[in-house]
Design a protein around this ligand. Structure first.
Ligand code: NAD
Ligand code: ZN
Length: 238
């Protein structure tokens, strides 16, 4: 069980594995295919230029899958941790679903964007809430400026969001925990190395991540089973 002192600052990085028990498939472990889509053919600026219909077909499918999903006990344990630690917890997710928010987390940083937001691919209009699905042969949405409306997602080859805030929080943390992330997608895979000379570093997931050697502790198991006990409220030393 995790003991947290009043001066500790906790950085939690979550990946696709934290939503796996909610029925949202992870990318790896399915042979590089995500429900019959080859990910680089639907999640890159090149794919958007070449075939925006296919991109929207893929994200429409993902909106339907995520829209039907409910948070699991891992999301709930992290929401409870935030209630206790408030701004001493920094919750950074690579996930684009909204299951952390649904479970009650108030300060989620989505470094890879949000599935239920869209933005214009031309003008600086801010990203907006959007739950629509656009399946062919539906007309693809356009902005008033003439640009195309695209998913508010950080695709392969694009720069992740909120890097400045994230690295400030990494510099301040004393406990770093990664949950359900394979340790291969950069820059998130290097966060642990960034803090490992001074923070306690913990991995939680059913398999060892590719960057295991940078962690001081590894708790093998499903996030929904490990986290509620590991973060059990009554045992905290605060
Ligand atoms: P990944 O698909 O590369 O790896 C998933 C990891 O989850 C693996 O290490 C696996 O061992 C672990 N895992 C599987 N079941 C688990 C469980 N029950 N509990 C804990 N861990 C479990 O995912 P990634 O490392 O997050 O990176 C891939 C990219 O995929 C990210 O950029 C992310 O944006 C995107 N993605 C997001 C979602 C989502 O929003 N829910 C879903 C799929 C992929
Ligand atoms: Zn526009």
């Amino acid at each position: 069980m995790l003991a947290i002192s009043p001066t500790d600052r906790v950085f939690v990085l979550t990946g696709a594995g934290v939503s796996a028990e909610s029925g949202i498939p992870t990318f790896r472990g399915v042979g590089g295919l995500w429900r019959n889509y080859r990910i680089e053919e639907v999640a890159s600026p090149h794919a958007w230029r070449r075939d925006p219909r296919l991109v929207w077909e893929f994200y429409s499918m993902r909106r339907r899958v995520a829209g039907a999903a409910k948070p699991n006990s891992a999301h709930l344990a992290l929401a409870k941790l935030e209630q206790k630690l408030q701004d001493r917890l920094f919750l950074c997710t690579q996930n684009v679903d909204d299951l952390h928010e649904q479970s009650g987390s108030m300060r989620v940083v989505h470094m890879h964007g949000e599935l239920f937001k869209s933005r214009c691919d031309r003008c600086s209009r801010p990203p907006f809430h959007d739950t629509n699905t656009y399946d062919p042969p539906a007309e693809l949405p356009r902005c008033e400026c003439g640009g195309r409306i695209r998913p508010h997602i950080c695709w392969f080859g694009e720069v992740p969001f909120e890097s400045e805030r994230i690295f400030r929080a990494l510099d301040e943390c004393t406990i770093f925990m990664a949950v359900g992330t394979s340790g291969v997608v950069e820059p998130a895979a290097s966060f642990v190395a960034h803090v490992s000379d001074r923070a306690r570093t913990i991995y939680v997931g059913p398999e060892e991540p590719a960057n295991l050697s940078a962690f001081t502790e590894c708790h093998l198991g499903k996030a929904g089973e490990v986290l509620p006990e590991f973060l059990a409220l009554q045992t905290w030393k605060i």
